[in-house]
Design a protein around this ligand. Structure first.
Ligand code: ADP
Ligand code: ZN
Ligand code: ZN
Length: 740
């Protein structure tokens, strides 16, 4: 039982930084929890506050501390639910409480919603006539003017009263105090999708979809709220399942949150929800202004909406009676925050659901290895949709060995086979998508003759090219010079692999001069609306070929696309990140999922230098199970998550020396704990050694249990507070990092 409570007094958002310590009286010791609302003495007043932390460490002399007065009775306010979640985030991912709170609570905006005030007559018209006569007799002309108007109209806008009737606020107030009228205010919040028109809804679930819905809703009826992993091939109708579940939850008087990666949060997707649920839906995305986002927070809190759709941050929608959290495309790396606290939306959703008696549904065609592992361990319930709606066949996949192409004299990025099929599509008026998975080009080095890639002997990830002809492992710091010839086959055709979408566009235009070509990548989507514009142009068949990066493979539905070409499947395979194979499998499967969504069957061509790699073979066969078995064996062998847990400590500083010193110091510190459960790697340069003149060093620690790493983080945070040697260095924690 903790002795003290650190309390943030008054939930005015600017003051969140400071906590005050109070004694926990004996009678509250069993019931008090982090995140609860309490009454505390403050100066000579009594104020409400939130418990941020329970602790045994006194910040002051105990005799100077006052006790907590009481726990607030009126249920758990929504802010306090979110504060409890913030406390959970802080503990599990590191950072300060203030950072965690800022993640969870919206920043209060100055640009408030428009407040509309109006004045209403409270007494009967007959009584009002009597008052009117009285005011006229007394020559109270302003009062008389207002009352005459109110007898006519019942309700008048406040603005009209002051500006048109020229009646002052004090006159209104005087009549209000007499009980003659009431001033009412209504807030009109901005609604980002208020201009859309719902079209209604008419689909009936098929047997597979209905089964999934039945399992989850019957658990809900038994008040068993769990986490479900819905593994459904692309086009199997997962979104329809989500909507049916939401409608069930709404009938129970509860609310739902739907997380969708920002990039898949298109007009098309939003409309599907809007057509079914109309005004009960709201959305959040980064295109909304701060004020608009704050309005959505208030609309949710006031019960004006029951369904919130948005990316990661929509998870913190302040619904008071949350029943369901859906995470679509749950494998997406964007569900992990890239700033402190580096929380994962999936884990955080599960934590929030547990606090709210809500269920969590994770959906994906290619579940993350993490989630599938949890399902195999029995922590998540696995549900499957293994057929496309209307039994449309999955596309046919073939793998082209680019080494063979080179041997037979074709140096183009387009293999002979792919050119042949593209030609065929152009003649038949069907569309082609070309996909270049250009993730983290932090140059790996490979041999174009035999496909060999230079890897770290200790970590089994690719080494990265660095200045001065060095090759470096970003996990353990291992270094070697860049080879001049391939150590495997002796070819001089070895080097960094580079090719961009722009280059591909040139090549395609040259080869198919009559084709209409669109390109979608970071460069062509920088201006507002350009992303949607390209998608709708392609969807309206204003182009024959769409070339793009991962942006084009996420969830878009183009019925006329019958050919998908993956230009160099290896590219995402050899980044120095233990997720490389998983990302590759996922991208290839998603890309293949774009082909043949309409009447005509689809075809997929995967070009690669490494046709025997398990991620590529499994993607070719659309065989998740086989991929998973191989991948989990690799992760177990090298103790990567989810089999073990990993903590990344990032030390950054303007002075490289300072960052290095801090990293070495922390490493010693960790080793000194003598805890044999850890395995420490590094310090090493981060995959990007310097950003904006800030140097970056990393330490990786592996341990079997997550909790072991949380305790280590707490120890280090404590140590860092005491020592002053980290002054010019920033230290961040990243649990189970997504980008190595
Ligand atoms: P997923 O989310 O698994 O990719 P969707 O929910 O987008 O699948 O469904 C794919 C397509 O099939 C969509 O156009 C959707 O409207 C349609 N669809 C899904 N379920 C049904 C159903 N039960 N009856 C008719 N059409 C359906
Ligand atoms: Zn070679
Ligand atoms: Zn290494």
């Amino acid at each position: 039982m903790a002795k003290y409570a650190n309390v943030i007094v008054d939930i005015s958002l600017d003051k969140l930084d400071k906590t005050f310590q109070y004694l926990i009286p004996e009678e509250l010791k069993d019931t008090i929890r982090e995140g609860m609302q309490v009454e505390v003495p403050f100066g000579n007043r009594s104020l409400a506050g939130f418990v941020m932390e329970l602790t045994d460490e006194a910040e002051f002399d105990e005799s100077k501390l006052k006790p907590v007065t009481s726990l607030k009775e009126d249920g758990v306010a929504i802010e306090s639910q979110l504060i409890a979640l913030a406390a959970w985030i802080r503990r599990n991912y590191g950072g300060t409480m203030n950072q965690a709170l800022k993640t969870v609570l919206p920043i209060k905006q100055k640009t408030k919603a428009v407040e509309q005030r109006s004045v209403r007559l409270l007494i009967s018209k007959k009584e009002a006539q009597e008052y009117l006569a009285l005011f006229e007799a007394k020559h109270n002309t302003a009062k008389a003017r207002l009352l005459r108007e109110l007898i006519e109209q019942d309700v008048i806008q406040y603005q009209v009263i002051t500006q048109k009737l020229h009646v002052t606020a004090s006159v209104v107030k005087g009549l209000e105090e007499k009980g003659i009228l009431a001033v009412e205010s209504q807030t009109a919040y901005r609604n980002p999708i208020g201009h859309l028109n719902p079209e209604g809804y008419d689909k009936v679930l098929n047997a597979g979809q209905q089964h999934v819905v039945d399992v989850i809703t019957s658990d809900m009826q038994k008040e068993e709220y769990g986490t479900y992993l819905l593994k459904g091939v692309t086009g199997s109708g997962k979104t329809e399942v989500y909507m049916e579940l939401i409608s069930h939850v709404l009938r129970e008087g509860k609310q739902a949150i739907v997380l969708i990666p920002e990039i898949a949060l298109t007009y098309q997707t939003v409309m599907r929800f809007y057509n079914r649920f109309g005004k009960r839906v709201s959305i959040m995305n980064s295109r909304l202004s701060g004020g608009e986002r704050y309005d959505q927070f208030l609309r949710a809190k006031n019960g004006d909406v029951d369904i919130m759709i948005g990316p990661r941050s929509a998870l913190f929608t302040p619904f008071t009676n949350l029943g369901l959290i859906i995470i679509d495309e749950e494998h997406e790396a964007s569900y992990k925050s890239e700033t402190v606290p580096r929380y994962h939306a999936r884990e955080t959703a599960i934590a929030r659901a547990a606090m709210n008696h809500a269920s969590v549904v994770l959906g994906s065609a290619t579940p993350s290895v993490e989630s599938y592992y949890q399902a195999k361990q029995g922590n998540f319930k696995l549900l499957e949709l293994s057929e496309r709606v209307q039994k449309r066949p999955l596309p046919e996949c073939e793998v082209i060995d680019l080494r063979e192409e080179l041997r037979s004299g074709n140096r183009s990025i387009l293999s002979t086979r792919l050119q042949e099929l593209m030609d065929n599509r152009l003649r038949n008026g069907q569309q082609t998508m070309l996909f270049l998975n250009r993730r983290g080009v932090a140059g790996f080095v490979s041999c174009r003759a035999c496909g060999h890639v230079i890897r770290c002997p200790h970590c089994d990830v690719s080494l990265s090219q660095h200045a001065g002809g060095r090759m470096v492992c970003h996990y353990c710091g291992y270094e070697q010079p860049e080879p001049k010839v391939c150590p495997e086959c002796g070819s001089r055709y070895i080097g960094g692999f580079k090719a961009g979408t722009q280059k591909v566009e040139e090549i395609v235009k040259k080869r198919f001069p009559k084709a209409r070509v669109l390109r979608m990548d970071y460069d062509t989507t920088r201006t507002k609306g350009s992303y949607e514009k390209i998608l709708s142009a392609f969807s309206n068949q204003e182009a024959d070929i769409l070339i793009g990066t991962q942006m084009i493979v996420k969830g878009h539905d183009f019925p006329n696309v019958t050919l998908v070409g993956v230009l160099a499947a290896d590219m995402s395979l050899h980044v120095s990140d233990f997720h490389a194979a998983e990302r590759t499998f996922e991208l290839l499967t998603q890309a293949a999922g774009r082909a043949g969504r309409g009447e005509a069957a689809g075809q997929v061509v995967i070009q690669t230098y490494d046709p025997k790699h398990y991620a590529i073979e499994a993607a070719k066969d659309q065989d998740y199970e086989t991929f998973y078995e191989k991948e989990i064996a690799y992760r177990s062998m090298l103790r990567y998550p989810p089999v073990a847990n990993m903590l990344l400590i990032l030390c950054t500083s303007e002075k490289e020396e300072a960052a290095s010193q801090a990293a070495s110091h922390l490493t010693e510190c960790i080793q000194k704990t003598g805890n044999r459960e850890y395995q420490v790697m590094g310090p090493a340069d981060a995959s990007i050694r310097k950003i904006n003149d800030i140097y970056r060093k990393v330490i990786y620690i592996k341990a079997a249990d997550y909790e072991t790493l949380v305790e280590l983080k707490d120890k280090l945070e404590h140590y860092m507070k005491e020592e002053n040697c980290f002054r010019n260095v920033m230290i961040q924690f990243d649990f189970n990092p997504m980008n190595g």
